[in-house]
Design a protein around this ligand. Structure first.
Ligand code: AMP
Length: 172
C-alpha cells in the first residue's frame, strides 16, 4: 500500500505564535493505516543500523518511539521535560524554534556503550534533538541515528547534529 504521509500532516499557520507553520500530526494519529505505515517505515530505518536502544523525546516523540521500540523489541528510554522524572538525572538546556526548554534522562538508564536511535516527530532547528543526543552521551551511550517523522529543511537542523545519520520520512 502506498500512503502519502504528508496528506496526514496538516499545516497550521501562525501557531503557536505568528510566523510559525505548525505541522499537526493529529490526522496521522487518527488514521490507523497511515500511522501503522509510518511506524513500519521508522522501524525499517532503525533496523538498517546497529541500534541497541531507542530514546524518545517528550512529548510527540513518545508516540513514534514507543511503537518502534515495541516492534523491534528494543529498550525504550525517555528524554523528558524538566521536573517529570524522579531519581538521579542528567539534564541539558536548549533553544527551540519557539522558546527554550530543558530535557532530562535517568542516570544509569542506558548500558555503557549503548547504540542509540533518537526519535522525535519534527526536526526544526535541531536544538531538541541535539539536547537528547547530549543526554545520551552524558549517560555513556552513543547516538547512531536521529530519526524524525518530518524535517523542516529551511531551519537546517541536521547541520547541528554533525556527522550522525539523520533520517526524516518527509521534508518541508
Ligand atoms: P527544534 O528543537 O527547533 O528542532 O524543535 C523540535 C521540537 O519542537 C520537536 O519536539 C517538535 O515537536 C517541535 N516543533 C518545532 N517546530 C515545530 C513545528 N513547526 N511544527 C510542529 N512541531 C514543531
Amino acid at each position: 500500500m502506498t500512503i502519502d504521509i504528508k496528506k496526514y500532516i496538516s499545516d497550521v499557520p501562525d501557531f503557536p505564535k505568528p510566523g510559525i507553520i505548525f505541522r499537526d500530526i493529529s490526522p496521522l494519529l487518527t488514521n490507523p493505516d497511515a500511522f501503522r505505515h509510518t511506524i513500519s517505515l521508522m522501524a525499517s530505518e532503525v533496523s538498517k543500523l546497529s541500534v541497541s536502544a531507542i530514546v524518545a523525546i517528550e512529548s510527540r516523540g513518545f508516540l513514534f518511539a514507543a511503537p518502534v521500540a515495541h516492534e523491534l523489541k528494543l529498550p525504550l528510554v525517555l528524554a523528558r521535560k524538566a521536573g517529570k522524572l524522579p531519581g538521579d538525572l542528567v539534564s541539558v538546556s536548549y533553544g527551540l524554534e519557539y522558546g527554550a526548554d530543558t530535557l532530562e534522562m535517568k542516570s544509569g538508564i542506558l548500558n555503557a556503550g549503548a547504540q542509540v536511535a533518537v526519535i522525535d516527530d519534527v526536526l526544526a532547528t535541531g536544538g531538541t534533538a541535539l539536547a537528547a543526543g547530549d543526554l545520551v552521551h552524558k549517560v555513556g551511550g552513543r547516538v547512531v541515528s536521529y530519526l524524525f517523522l518530518a524535517e523542516l529543511t529551511a531551519l537546517n537542523g541536521r547541520a547541528k547534529l554533525g556527522s550522525t545519520v539523520v533520517r526524516a520520512l518527509v521534508q518541508y
